[in-house]
Design a protein around this ligand. Structure first.
Ligand code: FAD
Length: 406
């Protein structure tokens, strides 16, 4: 039995345990996760870890001693399959049963695979867990041509690392531009040009028909357009499905993720959900119910749930931020561009340092800053204030954003 059981020992789950102790919670905490490792940071998986530039030990969220000292019971390599919300019991795939007082569900998401023929051939990979990235790294020896499916952040970061490692890289995106779900066309065009300049073959508007193989191993991709791409390895970065089946199976409201209120409470009593799997109404998305896949959201929702559980509730209202590293480009975003109706380019993309400012009804709702940390830092207040700023001033890099208070 745990006073608080946390399912999922990733960013959100680990942070929830850390927060609970920091807030003075002294009851028992069990952190149950299906990966074998201590809780670790995921962002380096498609960056420095894939590149072999960062040791795994440096990605641990906390050293092993931390968890022992804080009396957080780590239950690794244990997958929770079902939940009985009345008896307040969890059951693992191995048949272990855990009872809880309060449950925090922080199971993240499962990477989508290609549903087409050949999608499970040897040499077809996803990038979500350490074990998957280790498999890529091991498999890279002797690989010359890599096809990456998906032009989101994970696909692009992976492309940058493999290109730098000297591989021939083809990146296939089904939509007509990169990062279509998360960024404006100026950012998409900039990154497409950048990857092409680095030697990545970027194919937009290309959908995979099937994965081709020989002897059980991938040899390439057949495209719906009829063409084919030869590849010794395929890496699929086409998003995740929220890992919430046990919750929905127990009757929790939700569909794409599990629905939570502003205190991260699900519709089931004593059950909270946080991180990538939690569909919440986000103030910075105009109150729309969304899932946010970011370290920021995982951390801040962990704090929200911890506070609610110990009786010091504060509704979730954190400003979203995110980053992505590709080559020598550091992208930093603040706010959510969802629903924008105009954009302003601030600075010249040709200098490889600029920002894209997103407006809705004349108000600043988000910024994507490429090698422009000053804009990122100073733009935060404009987003918080939903500032209404003269577009000509926003575009003028001679005027610092901190001097524009709307
Ligand atoms: P996770 O960190 O995925 O943790 C969930 C854990 O629960 C996993 O260990 C999972 O295996 C486990 N689990 C799932 N189901 C069960 C079950 N039934 N029983 C037990 N355990 C279970 N965000 C940024 O802000 N910046 C970045 O640069 C960035 N880069 C990224 C690069 C990559 C390659 C990836 C994959 C993600 C990146 N992200 C980045 C996103 C960020 O890592 C996630 O938003 C964050 O990890 C979400 O935390 P979480 O705890 O909700 O989920």
């Amino acid at each position: 039995h745990f006073d608080i059981a946390i399912v999922g020992a990733g960013h959100a789950g680990a942070q929830a345990a850390i927060q609970l102790r920091q807030l003075g919670f002294s009851g028992s905490i069990g952190l149950i996760g299906d990966e074998p490792e201590l809780p670790y940071e995921r962002p380096p998986l498609s960056k420095e870890y894939l590149a072999g530039e960062k040791a795994f030990e440096r990605m641990l969220i906390r050293p092993e001693t931390f968890w022992a000292e804080r009396e957080v019971a780590l239950i690794a390599a244990t997958r929770i399959d079902s939940l009985d919300p009345v008896a307040r019991r969890l059951r693992s795939s191995a048949g272990d049963v855990f009872s809880y007082g309060e449950l925090i569900w922080a199971a993240g998401g499962t990477p989508r695979r290609l549903g087409c023929a050949g999608g499970d051939l040897d040499g077809v990979h996803v990038v979500r867990r350490r074990s998957e990235v280790d498999a890529i790294r091991t498999g890279l020896d002797g690989v010359e041509r890599v096809a990456i499916v998906g032009g989101g952040y994970v696909g692009l970061e992976t492309a940058a690392v493999l290109r730098k490692a000297g591989k021939q890289v083809v990146l296939i995106e089904a939509l007509e531009r990169l990062l279509a779900r998360v960024a404006g066309p100026d950012i998409s065009a900039f990154y497409a040009a950048e990857h092409r300049a680095q030697g990545v073959e970027v194919r937009l508007g290309s959908a995979v028909e099937r994965v081709e193989g020989a002897g059980g191993r991938v040899t390439g991709l057949a495209l719906q357009s009829g063409g084919t791409i030869a590849a010794d390895m395929v890496i699929v970065g086409i998003g995740i499905d929220a890992a919430v089946a046990p919750l929905l199976g127990a009757g929790a409201a939700g569909a794409n993720g599990v629905d939570v209120d502003s205190f991260c409470r699900t519709s089931l009593p004593h059950v909270y959900a946080i991180g990538d799997c939690a569909a919440h109404e986000n103030l910075f998305a105009g109150g729309l119910r969304i899932r946010l896949e970011s370290v920021q959201n995982a951390h801040d929702q962990a704090a929200t749930a911890a506070r609610a559980i110990i009786g010091r509730p504060e509704p979730y209202a954190a400003i979203p931020w995110f980053w992505s590293n590709q080559y020598d480009l550091k992208l930093q975003t603040v706010g959510l561009s969802l629903g924008y109706d105009a954009t302003i380019v601030r600075g010249d993309p040709a200098t490889r340092s600029f920002s894209l400012v997103y407006l809705l009804e004349g108000r600043v709702i988000a910024l994507d800053c490429v090698n422009a940390t000053r804009d990122y830092v100073q733009g935060r207040k404009l987003v918080l204030d939903r500032a209404m700023v003269d577009p000509a001033r926003l575009a003028d890099t001679a005027v610092p954003l901190k001097e524009m208070d709307g």
